[in-house]
Design a protein around this ligand. Structure first.
Ligand code: ZN
Length: 66
């Protein structure tokens, strides 16, 4: 039974070379970490992500067992 959620940046189109991944207890926390990572590592502004981008990123957040 999955007890956490994970996101691997390399699963995102165009980010294949990025080694970062995050794992947290809730999807909400994963989102915060993904936003922080995108900002720090990729110079992105998550406030500018449109709903399509968020929908796509959301499909990359997977339930995992830690
Ligand atoms: Zn990354």
């Amino acid at each position: 039974m999955a007890n956490a959620f994970s996101y691997a940046c390399r699963d995102c189109e165009g980010m294949e070379a990025c080694p970062a991944s995050v794992v947290a207890e809730t999807k909400d926390e994963v989102w915060k970490l993904v936003e922080l990572h995108a900002q720090v590592a990729h110079g992105e502004n998550p406030a500018e992500w449109d709903s399509k981008t968020r929908e796509y990123l959301g499909t990359l957040i997977q339930p995992v067992n830690v």
